[in-house]
Design a protein around this ligand. Structure first.
Ligand code: NAD
Length: 357
């Protein structure tokens, strides 16, 4: 066994079909009295339902969360929380809504209670992101970590099938990179492998029967594990590339993760063979290329497999490769300016949707 350091993050998880019924108890445990409910405009109905069940303990609703947390939205939500004298924010939705809650917590004492309805995993991480003048600034602070998380798979039954699959691949990406993280540890590797297994096994059923309760439950369980890995250990090339492609070229978050992941796993395979073995085992494969296994998982579940199909322009591939190598960061296979050409080739393959071998 190699040496390792393991840091547990303080967050309380309540999991299970129908667990939204425990919301009032969880608010009590936070010592909160007045909750501001956050959501996207698309999920305003779910936010209203949460506020209705809280009655007088709902301070109000802010249903204007959008992707990447524009600073103006964060300020508006913070001001509203202050005006309403809220002492807690309930974020019901995907990563965009949870991240809005985090942006509020960053500059206030509001406790965040997250009710995730996608598999993005933001609720388990101390990572925040706020976009100002077109630039997304990210950082880490335990201040923003939701104090309690209610995972109710019933709420994911409405998640459209296409987003279900790409969001699951987004979660799997956290686990896959966690398996070769510089600060990885055996606990997170167990969680990562189990998270990939649970999601990969659930996907075909969820795809056929979007409201299958057991499969939705397994998928959300997998997403929790993968999110916990993202929150606990450092990420590498894959997350760096996706951040660049999403932020600078405005590509959709979960889809970018889906398309890029197999190509990065192929790139890193020789430097992290143990990670590839565990991904294969999680996917139920006897051996071969873990990258191809991930590609097949996405493709067989109907996900996009090429950057050209999700809005990337071939003219931007050079600039993307340049950005990806402009600041040094850790990766099992070292990345620096000398690798610019290889990263450009990786992006070309992802652009065309070539199956990695
Ligand atoms: P999202 O939150 O933007 O949701 C996408 C759309 O799906 C929204 O319209 C949303 O309202 C809708 N939706 C969500 N759940 C639904 C459900 N159950 N039924 C019907 N519609 C539903 O997408 P996402 O992929 O969850 O989050 C992406 C964002 O999260 C990105 O900005 C990304 O950077 C961020 N993120 C942050 C972290 C972190 O640790 N900070 C981790 C992962 C993702």
């Amino acid at each position: 066994m190699n040496s390792f350091i393991y840091n547990a993050l303080p967050s309380r998880v309540v999991f299970g079909a129908g667990s939204l019924a425990h919301l009032e108890r969880e608010i009590d445990l936070l010592g909160a009295k007045r909750a501001l409910v956050l959501s996207t405009p698309e999920q305003a109905g779910q936010a209203r339902a949460v506020a209705d069940r809280l009655g007088g303990r709902a301070a109000g609703i802010y249903a204007r969360a959008v992707m990447h947390v524009p600073i103006e939205t964060a300020r508006e939500a913070r001001d509203l929380a202050r005006r309403l004298n809220a002492d807690c924010a309930i974020a019901i939705g995907g990563g965009s809504t949870t991240c809005l809650g985090k942006a509020i917590a960053l500059e206030s004492d509001l406790a965040i209670l997250a009710i995730p309805t996608t598999y993005a995993g933001s609720e388990m991480t101390p990572i925040y992101g706020i976009t100002e003048a077109g630039l997304k600034r990210t950082g880490k602070s335990t201040r923003v970590l939701p104090r309690a998380v209610i995972y109710d798979p019933e709420l994911t039954r409405t998640l459209p099938v296409a987003l279900t699959v790409t969001s699951a691949m987004n979660a799997i990406a956290h686990a896959a990179e966690g398996l070769y993280a510089q600060n990885g540890n055996p606990v997170m590797s167990l969680m990562a492998e189990e998270g990939i297994r649970a999601l990969a096994e659930a996907l075909p059923t969820v795809r056929e029967h979007a409201d299958d309760a057991a499969a939705r439950s397994d998928a959300l369980y997998g997403a929790w594990l993968c999110g916990a890995v993202l929150g606990a250990v450092g990420m590498a090339l894959h997350h760096k590339l996706c951040h660049t492609l999403g932020g600078s070229f405005n590509l959709p978050h979960a889809e970018v993760h889906t398309v890029v992941l197999p190509h990065v796993i192929a790139f890193n395979a020789s430097a992290a063979p143990h990670a590839a073995d565990r991904i294969n085992r999680a996917l139920g494969r006897k051996g071969g290329s873990a990258a191809a296994g991930l590609f097949d998982l996405a493709q067989s579940n109907g996900a996009p497999i090429a950057l050209k199909d999700i809005g990337m322009r071939s003219d931007d591939l050079d600039a993307a490769s340049e950005l990806a190598v402009s600041n040094p960061y850790w990766n099992p296979r070292p990345i620096g300016r000398a690798q610019r050409g290889e990263i450009r080739e990786l992006l070309q393959r992802a652009f065309e949707g070539v199956r990695p071998e």
